[in-house]
Write a new protein. Structure first.
Ligand SMILES: Nc1ncnc2c1ncn2[C@@H]1O[C@H](COP(=O)(O)OP(=O)(O)O)[C@@H](O)[C@H]1O
Ligand SMILES: [Mg+2]
Length: 140
């Protein structure tokens, strides 16, 4: 059983929004007792996914949920855009592919930094990526 302690929606339409979202997530991670490694991991994933919403998705939003369950606290982030979508998800997640000649490590890196990762996308409709990170997590 998990309980939602709080929920915040933020829009991501410019580079400064990426900074604000990153800052908010880092503050929440510290407040909810994430250790330095988990805080760095969720903060980095937040940066990459927010940046993708802005640069690839043409802007969008993120919902930040603060969660509690028996084992500990968590953060769930849902990034949504109404952009072009991702035609080849496997390629985009494989690491090293970029449609913009950048590193192409944002998606694959983010997936490895979080405990839960879900990507839903439809060409010409948009992309939703949900990630979660917990203070204590054991893969079941
Ligand atoms: N929100 C998005 N909307 C559309 N395409 C995306 C989105 N996020 C990622 N992509 C696609 O997946 C590729 C890989 O993303 P990423 O690993 O972050 O690399 P980079 O941002 O450096 O190109 C991007 O180049 C882009 O083609
Ligand atoms: Mg990226």
């Amino acid at each position: 059983m998990e309980r939602v302690l709080g929920s915040t929606d933020m829009s991501i339409v410019c580079e400064h929004d990426v900074v604000l979202v990153r800052r908010r997530v880092r503050d929440l991670a510290e407040r909810h007792g994430f250790d330095v490694f988990a805080t760095a991991a969720i903060t980095t994933a937040t940066s990459e996914l927010s940046r993708n919403v802005w640069t690839h998705g043409g802007g969008g939003q993120v919902r930040i949920e603060e969660l509690q369950r028996e084992e500990g606290h968590g953060l769930r982030l849902t990034f949504t855009d109404q952009g072009p979508g991702i035609a080849n998800v496997q390629r985009a997640l494989s690491g090293g592919y970029s449609s913009r000649r950048s590193l192409g490590l944002g998606l694959s890196g983010s997936q490895r930094l979080v405990d839960e990762f879900e990507l839903k996308t439809q060409v010409d409709v948009g992309t939703t990526i949900t990630v979660a990170k917990w203070t204590r997590f054991s893969r079941r």
